[in-house]
Design a protein around this ligand. Sequence first.
Ligand SMILES: O=C(CO)COP(=O)(O)O
Length: 227
Amino acid sequence: MKIGYPLILINFKAYSEASGKRGLQLAKVAEKVSKETGITIAVAPQLTDLAFIASQVEIPVFSQHVDDVPPGSYTGHVTLEAVKDAGAVGTMVNHSERRVRADQVDVIVKRARSLGLTTVVCTNTPEVTAAMAALGPDMVAIEPPELIGTGIPVSKAKPEVVTSSVELVKKVNPNVKVLCGAGITVGEDVAAALRLGTVGVLLASGVVKAKDWEKAILDLISPIIKK
Ligand SMILES: O=C(CO)COP(=O)(O)O
C-alpha cells in the first residue's frame, strides 16, 4: 500500500466515536475521500479493530502502538509481526499518550524496517525529535502534548517548534519525514503545517469527534487538493 505525501494520518485513539463498527465507518469515509482526491489519508484504529478495518479498506492502516518484544511468551504485548499479520502498513511509536523508552524505540524501528513496516515516531520537542530521527524511523511526528485535543493548532500556536524540528531532522537524518500534530482541525492548519516544512499531519479529535466526518476530512485537505 503506497503512502503518498502530503499525508493525513487520523489517529482514532480510544475514542468511542471511532471504535468497533463506527471505526470501520470512519475508515470507509477516509477511503472514499482519499480515492476521490488522490490524497493519502491513513488511519490508526484501536488495536481490537485493526485487522477487521485493514481487511475492508484500501488505505494505509497503522497500529497506534507496538511493543519491543519478538513473538513469544509475552502476554498482553503487541508485536510488530502481529500488526503486520493484521494488515497494518506500519505503526506509530511513542505517542505522548503511550510513551516508550528511547531504547525501545530503537529496537522497534530496527525490527520494523526488517519487516517492511513503516514507523511514525511521535515526539514532544525539537530536541527529542532530533534524537528520535537519529534512530532512523520513516517519519517523526512532532506533537506538543499541551496542545493535543485543544483545537489550538501547533502549526499556528507553536510554529517555531515545527520549524526547528524540521531543521534539526534535516541535519541529523534528512531521510526522515516530518509530520506535525496537536490541535489540527481545519485546512488552514494543514496548509500552515506544510508551509513550515512538514509533509503531513497527525490528528485525532478534529475528525473523530466531528459531526460530519467527510466534511471535516474534505476541509482538512482542501488546501492540498490539486486545483
Ligand atoms: O494526539 C494527536 C494525534 O495523535 C493529536 O490529537 P488532536 O488532533 O485531537 O489534537
